[in-house]
Design a protein around this ligand. Structure first.
Ligand code: UDX
Ligand code: ADP
Length: 481
């Protein structure tokens, strides 16, 4: 075994230029001008988008990201497909690749598919030179660091004599939320570094110290770090399911969820954040991480614990179906051939990410009832929606008189301008809390909708007074009056 000769970190390689790798490396490059950061991805289309001169065409939309890219790109931040080359010259490698839930085989539906992480570890093992710190950044199931270590060490062993690489493995989970990623990275509540080698922990610690005070940088063992990430997401998701469950109760009892949220949120033990009732949580992390937790509990025979966490997802699924069903019921029990204007497809505002978005489930349910959906989102493009709904867009709908359409199969089209979607619509459904939906002129909108017309506000972005004065029927999430 080679002796580990540790060196000062000067060059960083990040494998994976996605929603985590891209913004995280951009902020590190911005804060540490003495470091060279090279982001690599096997997806050349994505890399070309990161290198696009037009900063509106970056592959992800994140407020503030474009300005940082402008400042750092091709200075101390590069994006390329040179995976092997950049690994070999790096002192530290972040693994920031996708870890979706397995769809078949052992643990299907719950465990994360570590195929991409494993491939990365093998690439690092094959190409690293000298001492390299490998940092898991992607959200990973507990014990993944062990897998990475195992691959690094055994591949190195096989190549005896041909390489002088040595490794330390750290867990450094990312807590950024999409839509506020830059702020979360610049002013994090905490940074977590898990590992068993003090020198490696301190090398990473030193990077974060460039802009984060030491008291916010926590050191733990590697398993605690991995488990803390899963637990943080599970607790947050659980708050969303909790408030949505009470929202349903508000609707039938005459209470109002916004008043209940405010009343409980002022209790300093509960706190005001993450108490907004909505159409159910989405995003790439919450469901996947809870499923990982459930899988882990079942593996260790902690079945009651597994059932407890699984119910958070079940409630979320039920809640999304509940919204789709109530839309159908309010529209006289059928939406076949009816035009419904969907406002928002991203899983939350200020991102173009649609992974696990409540809009997917709710739109699919309405399409299966034969609805004609006109869909708007300021940042999601129609190709992504087509991909998510698995139904081709019918662009010609934009020029048809939908209200006379007899339709058993659902269909949809994309509407670029919000003001162009109301004509002839039986209902408007707000599913993402984009700011511009708060500015809709309901007086004008209501004039062209078909009567009786409905507005369903699943994000509490509009006031009931504004809607009802225009003789529109109004349903708002968690509102019992
Ligand atoms: C989450 C975690 O917040 C972040 O720390 C982790 O790194 C990744 O997973 P993200 O999924 O990007 O971040 O967004 P988040 O703001 O947590 O929202 C998740 C979902 O919950 C969204 O669909 C959002 O609309 C919903 N939500 C959130 C609510 O419905 N109500 C709330 O009060 C808060
Ligand atoms: P996240 O939200 O975790 O950032 P994404 O799916 O947005 O996830 O990004 C992960 C990125 O990792 C993708 O762009 C994918 O092409 C890339 N990737 C996965 N495996 C590898 C690999 N072995 N080498 C290089 N890039 C990879």
């Amino acid at each position: 075994m080679n002796q580990k000769i540790r060196k000062k970190i000067k060059r960083i390689c990040c494998i994976g230029a996605g929603f985590v790798g891209g913004p995280t490396m951009a902020v590190i490059a911005d804060k540490c001008k003495n470091l060279q950061i090279n982001v690599v991805d096997k997806n050349s289309k994505r890399i070309n988008q990161w290198n696009n001169d037009d900063l509106n065409k970056l592959p992800i939309f994140e407020p503030g990201l474009d300005k940082i890219i402008k400042r750092c790109r091709n200075k101390n931040l590069t994006f390329s497909t040179n995976v092997e080359e950049e690994i070999s010259s790096a002192d530290l490698v972040f693994i920031s690749v996708n870890t979706p839930t397995k769809i078949k085989g052992l643990g299907a539906g719950k465990a994360s598919d570590l195929k991409w992480v494993e491939a990365c570890a093998r690439q690092v093992a094959a190409n690293a030179k000298g001492h390299t710190i490998v940092v898991e950044k992607s959200t990973l199931p507990v014990k993944t660091a062990e897998v990475i270590k195992n691959i690094l060490e055994s591949t190195n062993f096989e190549k005896e004599g041909s390489t002088n690489a040595t490794f330390d493995v750290l867990s450094n989970p990312e807590f950024l939320a999409e839509g506020t990623a830059i702020k979360d990275l610049e002013y994090p509540d905490r940074v977590l570094i898990g590992g068993d080698c003090k020198d490696a922990i301190m090398a990473l610690n030193e990077i974060y110290l460039n802009w984060i005070p030491q008291e916010k940088i926590l050191h733990t063992n590697i398993w605690s770090s991995e488990l803390a990430k899963l637990t943080a997401n599970a607790f947050l998701a659980q708050r969303v399911s909790s408030i949505n469950s009470i929202g349903a109760l508000c609707e039938v009892t005459g209470a109002n969820i916004r008043e209940v949220s405010r009343a409980i949120g002022t209790d300093s033990r509960i706190g005001p954040k993450f108490l907004d009732a909505g159409p159910g949580f989405g995003g790439s992390c919450f469901k996947k991480d809870i499923l990982n937790l459930v899988y882990l509990c079942q593996y260790y025979d902690l079945n009651e614990v597994a059932t407890f966490w699984e119910s958070v997802i079940e409630l979320n699924n039920w809640h999304q179906s509940r919204i789709a069903n109530l839309i159908v019921k309010k529209l006289f029990g059928t939406v076949s051939g009816k035009k419904i204007f969907i406002l928002g497809f991203a899983f939350k505002e200020n991102t173009n990410d649609t992974r696990e978005s409540a809009s997917i489930k709710i739109c699919k349910d309405l399409l299966s009832e034969g609805a004609v959906l006109f869909i708007n989102d300021p940042k999601v493009n129609p190709d992504q929606i087509e991909n998510d709904l698995k139904i081709k867009e019918t662009k010609s709908l934009l020029n048809e008189d939908v209200k006379n359409k007899s339709n058993n199969d659902g269909s949809w089209c994309f509407v670029n301008q919000v003001s162009c979607g109301f004509k002839g619509a039986d209902a408007v459904v707000i599913l993402t809390g984009w700011q511009e939906y708060q500015k809709i002129d309901w007086g004008n909108a209501s004039k062209t909708m078909r009567r009786p017309s409905w507005v369903f506000d699943a994000r509490s972005v509009i006031s009931s007074k504004e809607i009802t004065q225009h003789k529109l029927n109004f349903w708002q999430i968690g509102s019992g009056n």
